[in-house]
Design a protein around this ligand. Structure first.
Ligand code: PRP
Length: 214
C-alpha cells in the first residue's frame, strides 16, 4: 500500500502475543463452561479467527453483521441487522468479539439487543478501544489495546473496504481520506507512534478517528 500507510502501530507479533494473553484470561474465566463467540462482521474476522485458535476452551462460533446509520464515517447509534445469529443464545454464555470500539454506539446497541435474548452471561472482547468509547456505557471485559485517536487500518479494519488483509494495525496517511473527501480524525496529532506498554492491561496504539466506521 506504500505511501497510503503512515505508520505501523501494532506489529503482527505483538497482535498475536496480546491475543494469546486475552485467550489465557478467557480460558481461566470460562473454565468448565461452554462459550459461544459472536464475531461482528466484517472487521472482527481476523481477531475472531486468531482468538478462537488461541483458546483452549472448546467454543462455538457465530456471526452477526450490523450496519450503523450515520454520516459515513461516524456511527449514529441507530443500527440495522444485516445478518443475524444462526443460533438461539438463550441460557448460553456469550462473548461478543469486536475489532474496535470507537464511539461505542454500535456495541451499546448490540449488547442491549443480545441481552434481550436472555443469555446466561454476556461479555465483550474488543481488540482495539478508542478514548471516545469511555464516554459510553459499554463495558468491555477484554481489551486488547487502548489506542489514541487516529485512523487505523489492517487486521480486519478497512478504509472504504481496503486494507483489511494487512497483517498489522497501521495508521492511514491523512492524504488518503482527504483525497476522498473524508473527515480528518479528531486528533490526528494524537495518533501514537508506537504501542505504549505502560497502558493498563494492554498496549497503546492509535485508533480510528475519521472512522473505521466506514
Ligand atoms: C466498525 C467496527 C465496529 C464499529 C465501531 O464496523 O467493526 O462494529 O465500527 O464503531 P462505533 O464504536 O463508533 O459504533 P463498521 O461499521 O466499519 O463495519 P465493518 O466491521 O464491516 O468494517
Amino acid at each position: 500500500m506504500g505511501a497510503d500507510l503512515e505508520d505501523v502501530l501494532i506489529t503482527p507479533e505483538r497482535l498475536q502475543q496480546r491475543i494469546g494473553e486475552l485467550a489465557a484470561q478467557i480460558d481461566a474465566d470460562y473454565a468448565d463452561r461452554e462459550l459461544l463467540l459472536v464475531g461482528v462482521l466484517k472487521g472482527a474476522v481476523m481477531v475472531m479467527a486468531d482468538l478462537a485458535r488461541a483458546l483452549r476452551l472448546p467454543v462455538h462460533m457465530d456471526w452477526m453483521a450490523v450496519s450503523s446509520y450515520g454520516s459515513g464515517t461516524k456511527s449514529s447509534g441507530v443500527v440495522r441487522i444485516l445478518k443475524d445469529l444462526d443460533c438461539d443464545i438463550t441460557g448460553r454464555h456469550v462473548l461478543v468479539v469486536e475489532d474496535i470500539v470507537d464511539s461505542g454506539l454500535t456495541l451499546s446497541w448490540l449488547v442491549r439487543n443480545l441481552q434481550s435474548r436472555g443469555p446466561a452471561s454476556l461479555r465483550v472482547c474488543a481488540l482495539l478501544r478508542k478514548p471516545s468509547a469511555a464516554r459510553t456505557d459499554v463495558d468491555v471485559a477484554y481489551v486488547g489495546f487502548d489506542i489514541a485517536d487516529a485512523f487505523v487500518i489492517g487486521y480486519g479494519l478497512d478504509y472504504a473496504e481496503r486494507y483489511r488483509n494487512l497483517p498489522f494495525i497501521g495508521t492511514l496517511a491523512p492524504h488518503v481520506y482527504a483525497a476522498d473527501g473524508g473527515t480528518a480524525p479528531e486528533s490526528t496529532a494524537a495518533a501514537s507512534k508506537a504501542p505504549d506498554p505502560a497502558a493498563a492491561g494492554s498496549t497503546g496504539a492509535g485508533s480510528t478517528g475519521a472512522g473505521n466506521t466506514s
